[in-house]
Design a protein around this ligand. Structure first.
Ligand code: BG6
Length: 473
């Protein structure tokens, strides 16, 4: 048996993509409430009706039903995030919002009722809108203290209910999208690489500060970083392409290095030179950064193929990270490369370098599902493509474990259908559970088990033994 017996099987969501109830229970506006089309569209002045996230999948009111379904699948862990603006509606309020705190108490209690371990992301692509307007989000150093205050409140409140924490979701996104990663309202074209790297630096310091505070609150807490991890492949064996891929990879590994070694890597200087970045790093920052994490978590959707000169190659798409079309892999409906082996590659790569426990915090396939009615009129959702995706990726996780890599958990992304992040779509579904809501926002919001629901249940029940090691096609 390759998966350890206490392997944490489960699923993952983020508050802004599933909770809805965007102004209920004293919640303030978050940056996501004015991003109706994700990173693709404009930021609106006020929340607009076309923003599917305002209702999401109404997890806020339906969490009991959802958690029951997760328990039926046998989840051992559920990765979720706390909406900062539910706790501090404006981000700089003098006192937290008790109703918001109570909501998460209830969610954690419900999870515990079924023996499901919560894994909580403190910041998953959102920030109170007021802070984005007041200080341009993470561009400002002031955010470090606002974030630390919010985190201290929740760490104290949930110190006996939550053991596993992640500070920032996909922290490396900030240097590519100031809006999504750093809550910055300044348009992309007006942001320099210095601005973006400075904002990421503020987050790295904030992450370390929160880790420090957390250890004082409960030494048993387990803290992780989270990095969007598309391994870089060279397009050819031309040494120039190989070196290019190597250096491109360093731009991602940089974030893991700082979180785990407590200092900037040697190659940071080269990156700063390349992008003309000048960072304001204080002595106090350097001291704080020494508070490192216990584990590395990652999202893996696809690999990324790169070349020194990309002009003659065709571009593919990809989650966050776009690369060149790789003729050796297949492609999803959103044109993301599907590359299960890339997951084993990145797990081994991180373990080689850092030898810290790894957690696959996100992996999944966004696809269009076509529900049908059976002869009794029940809604049936057959999704063999999703089963194939998960089977083939989980087999690679298992192979990494067999090879000695310490992977202690796996949470399938969007275990229940939710609103996608990059383009804020409903039709791009990731779940084992189907939610009746369409692209226009219509639907009953009722939940239905997909074919993959029963498949994943069996995988968890057998601790991975039911996986097809030949690979599904
Ligand atoms: C990750 C994010 O990048 O990818 C999630 O952490 C997101 O929030 C997921 O939903 C899938 O991307 P998308 O854009 O298809 O929802």
């Amino acid at each position: 048996m390759s998966f350890p017996k206490d392997f944490l099987w489960g699923g993952a969501v983020a508050a802004n993509q599933c909770e809805g109830a965007y102004l209920t229970g004293g919640k303030g506006l978050s940056i996501q409430d004015v991003m109706p089309k994700g990173v693709l569209g404009p930021v609106t002045d006020e929340p607009t009706e076309d923003n599917l996230k305002l209702i999401g999948i109404d997890f806020y009111h339906r969490y009991k039903e959802d958690i029951k379904l997760f328990a039926e699948m046998g989840f051992k862990v559920f990765r979720m995030s706390i909406a900062w603006s539910r706790i501090y509606p404006n981000g700089d309020d003098a006192a937290p919002n008790e109703e918001g705190l109570r909501f998460y108490d209830d969610v954690f209690d419900e999870l515990r009722k079924y023996g499901i371990e919560p894994l909580v992301t403190l910041s998953h692509y959102e920030i109170p809108l007021h802070l984005s307007r007041k200080v341009d989000g993470w561009r400002s150093r002031a955010c470090i203290q606002y974030f630390a205050d919010y985190c201290k409140t929740v760490l104290l409140r949930y110190k006996d209910k939550v053991k596993y924490w992640i500070t920032f979701n996909e922290i490396n996104t900030t240097v590519h999208s100031g809006l999504l990663g750093g809550g910055m309202l300044t348009p992309k074209k007006d942001l320099t690489k210095s601005d973006l790297y400075q904002a990421a630096h503020h987050q790295l310091v904030a992450s370390a500060l929160v880790t420090k505070i957390a250890r004082e609150i409960n030494p048993e807490f387990q803290f992780g970083c989270m990095v969007a991890s598309a391994p870089r492949y060279p397009m050819t064996c031309n040494p120039a392409d190989v070196m290019h891929a190597f250096e491109d990879q360093q731009e991602v590994t940089y974030f893991v290095h700082i979180h785990t070694k407590g200092e900037y890597p040697y190659y940071a200087e080269r990156i700063f030179k390349k992008y003309k970045v000048e960072l304001d790093i204080t002595e106090e920052d350097r001291e704080l950064l020494k508070h490192t994490v216990d584990f590395i978590s990652l999202s893996y959707y696809n690999s990324r193929t790169v070349a020194k000169d990309e002009s003659s190659y065709q571009q593919a798409s990809g989650n966050i990270s776009r690369g060149l079309v790789n003729p050796y892999v297949t492609y999803s409906e959103w044109n993301y490369p599907i590359d299960p082996l890339g997951l084993r590659y990145i797990l081994k790569y991180y373990y080689d370098k850092f030898e810290l426990p790894l957690f696959v915090a996100e992996n999944g396939l966004g696809a269009i599902d076509a529900p049908k009615r059976d002869s009794q009129g029940n809604l049936v959702i057959e999704d063999p493509y999703r089963i194939e995706f998960f089977n083939n990726h989980l087999v690679e996780v298992e192979r990494a474990i067999e090879d000695g890599v310490q992977v202690f958990g796996y949470t399938a992304w969007g275990c229940i259908d939710l609103i996608s992040a990059a383009s804020a779509e409903m039709k791009k579904r990731y779940g084992f559970i189907y939610v009746d809501r369409d692209e226009e926002g219509n639907g009953t919001l009722e939940r239905y088990r997909k074919q993959s629901f029963y498949w994943y249940k069996q995988v968890i029940e057998s601790n991975g033994q039911s996986l097809n090691r030949e690979g599904l096609k």
